[in-house]
Design a protein around this ligand. Structure first.
Ligand SMILES: NC(=O)c1ccc[n+]([C@@H]2O[C@H](COP(=O)([O-])OP(=O)(O)OC[C@H]3O[C@@H](n4cnc5c(N)ncnc54)[C@H](O)[C@@H]3O)[C@@H](O)[C@H]2O)c1
Length: 285
């Protein structure tokens, strides 16, 4: 039976971003009550203005702060009486330019993992007691980077693979409780986080164009991701791959990845771009 979203209380992290806001709009249309969280209060306040004030609670939350995450859940319960779904969606990539591991500053690596992995874990920890109590759901935004080679995006890919593992473990551990968890795997989506690889940074853009067939690197709109997420939520799907053209890759990853890694390792044009990228950086570890 479909999971009915009418009256369900859904917490979204990174709600002011492209995918978070689009998902909030879809959920609102299906009758959910929304706890919208992001780094800046003004950003979630602005999004909340689109909705009936009775059905929305906008709160500032940095997901790297577990105590603040717990307070947000408490506020949600005080306001709406319950929390049914937590969508751990906040994420970051490089602060400025993309880097190889050879020149990646250690503190930037840590910061990305802090938000993209530990931020998700903090959200799960904070929300889990309520989600289990209400036989609800945890959804986590991973990425196709959970199974693609993470070249020049390693801390991000590491985190996205890790949250996939986390969410799969959680799914099985929740067996018999009535609560479930889902991994969301969006491909490139037209939001702020992805700008660098699509024109924002010349070398990253050229690398994409060099190694990837064009049909794979067409960014989709956040609304398409949001619709897939909400459909997945309604049917409690454990895996939500969007767009669908990535499903065969997701299924065949065990076979394809060794072949692709080997192909990329020998790719002369890619090697040239990688060295160019490294020589243009200060390498400040
Ligand atoms: N856009 C893509 O191509 C793509 C593909 C796969 C996965 N994703 C993932 O989707 C999720 C949403 O990203 P998006 O594409 O909407 O990008 P976005 O940059 O528009 O949104 C990310 C949001 O997360 C918020 N955020 C960043 N750090 C935070 C922190 N410490 N605490 C709370 N909020 C924080 C930002 O303020 C922003 O609003 C991310 O996890 C991202 O990694 C994006």
């Amino acid at each position: 039976m479909a999971y009915d979203l009418i009256g369900k209380v859904v917490l979204i992290t990174g709600a002011a971003g492209g995918i978070g806001a689009a998902t909030a709009r879809e959920l609102y249309g299906l009758g959910a009550l929304l706890v919208l969280t992001d780094m800046q209060q003004e950003a979630v306040d602005q999004l909340a203005q689109e909705f009936d004030a009775e059905r929305v609670l906008p709160l500032a939350l940095d997901v790297t702060d577990v105590e603040a995450s717990k307070r947000v859940v408490q506020r949600a319960v005080e306001r709406f009486g319950r929390l049914d779904v937590a969508f751990a969606n906040a994420g970051i990539s490089w602060h400025s330019n993309p880097k190889t591991l050879r020149i990646c500053p250690s503190d930037e690596f840590r910061r990305i993992v802090e938000v993209d992995l530990f931020g998700v874990w903090n959200t799960i920890q904070a929300a889990l007691p309520e989600v289990i109590r209400n036989q609800g759901q945890i959804l986590v935004t991973s990425s196709i980077y959970a199974f693609l080679n993470g070249l020049v995006n390693a801390p991000y890919a590491v985190s996205k693979a890790a949250v996939e593992a986390l969410t799969r473990a959680l799914l099985v551990e929740l067996g018999g409780t009535g609560a479930t968890s889902s991994v969301v795997y969006p491909a490139w989506t037209d939001t702020a986080i992805v700008k660098m690889a699509f024109g924002g940074n010349d070398l990253a853009t050229r690398m994409n164009e060099t190694v990837m067939p064009s049909f794979m690197r067409q960014p989709i709109q956040p609304q398409q991701v949001a619709r897939a997420i909400v459909q997945g939520m309604r049917s409690r799907r454990a895996r939500i791959v969007v767009p669908g053209r990535w499903v065969p890759f997701a299924l065949l990853r065990g076979l394809l990845n060794p072949l692709i890694d080997s192909y990329l390792q020998r790719h002369k044009a890619l090697q040239k771009l990688l060295r160019e990228l490294e020589s243009g950086q200060d390498g400040g570890r």
